[in-house]
Design a protein around this ligand. Structure first.
Ligand code: SAM
Length: 292
């Protein structure tokens, strides 16, 4: 039975092992059983599922996952947590703990070997310092993914859902929305963690699109353009893209592409939708391939 959601049991485990929290690993452990149950429910984990958990900590959410999933692989960077996990997960035979940095794990290989290449579910209370590289890594490496249900900083969850015109709209919003449908499913106050973080948190579910919402000739180029547009938020799109040296195009050539898109030359990147970025990317692509 999952017992660690109870704060008393968490404190007992931490004291038993003299565990010291490491700030550099973003260690804030969940101590609220209702939130844990909600995460598992919203992730839609069933006995058919292979689940990757990133950062199991002392194994609190891992216990819940073991009870709902067919198989769980939990990747934890902090070697001090490994003996604790061996203890707290000893009742389960459907879990493997890997002592690794998630950014160095070949997740596509893991999905191939453990789930026959079928889409996996990712569930995690993420270390906030690497939220963006983890999410982008999962999407860009084309790991077969069904959904990613993760606890992140509330502000970052908001950013993933935003559209043009909002202050929070940026490269992360566009990347997430290109690959998945984002939905904030639970908001979580600092009091649900030990130690308490300084910021509010939210659980966001990213359900992978079966088909991308826009088609684009060169995905990599589109993301280059998106990143360059938001790197210098206060500049016009034309200046942002020419400063970034996109495809070696001159400012005049970039202005031509923006005109072809049907937008004024004063426009900023933050006003463009995903569809417009995809179109602009195709216009730039055609321009460059015609010129070579
Ligand atoms: N899942 C636990 C919970 O909900 O109580 C712990 C969550 S805590 C916010 C984040 C966890 O991720 C910590 O256990 C931390 O050591 C681990 N972690 C941090 N960086 C990591 C990395 N690069 N790879 C794998 N795990 C990491």
């Amino acid at each position: 039975m999952a017992t660690l959601g109870n704060p008393k049991n968490t404190i007992e485990v931490i004291q038993k092992y003299g565990f010291q929290f490491q700030k550099k690993f973003g260690q804030n452990f969940l101590i609220d059983p209702h939130i844990l149950e909600e995460i598992i429910y919203e992730a839609g984990v069933t006995k058919d599922d292979f689940v990757l958990e990133i950062g199991p900590g002392i194994g609190t959410m891992t216990q819940y996952l073991c009870e709902s999933a067919r198989e769980v692989v939990a990747v934890e960077i902090d070697s001090n947590l490994i003996p604790i996990l061996q203890d707290t997960l000893s009742a389960y035979d459907n879990v493997e703990v890997m002592n690794e940095d998630i950014l160095k794990v070949d997740i596509a290989k893991l999905a191939r070997e453990r789930n026959g290449g079928k889409p996996i579910k990712v569930v995690a209370n993420l270390p906030y310092y690497i939220t963006t590289p983890i999410i982008m890594g999962l999407f860009e490496s084309h790991v077969p993914i069904d959904s990613i249900t993760i606890m992140v900083q509330k502000e970052v969850a908001d950013r993933m859902q935003e559209g043009p015109g909002s202050k929070e709209y940026g490269a992360l919003s566009l990347a997430v929305q290109y690959y998945a449908k984002p939905e904030i499913v639970v908001t979580v106050p600092p009091s649900c963690f030990m130690p308490q973080p300084k910021v509010g948190s939210a659980v966001i579910r990213l359900t992978r699109h079966r088909e991308a919402p826009v088609t684009v000739k060169n995905e990599k180029l589109m993301f280059q353009i998106i990143r360059a547009s938001f790197n210098q938020r206060r500049k016009t799109l034309a200046n942002g893209l020419s400063n970034a040296g996109i495809q070696g195009l001159t400012k005049e050539e970039i202005q031509k592409c923006i005109e072809e898109l049907g937008e004024p030359l004063t426009i900023r990147g933050e006003a463009l939708s995903l569809e417009k970025f995809a179109r602009l990317s195709d216009i730039v692509y055609d321009h460059v391939t015609k010129n070579v």
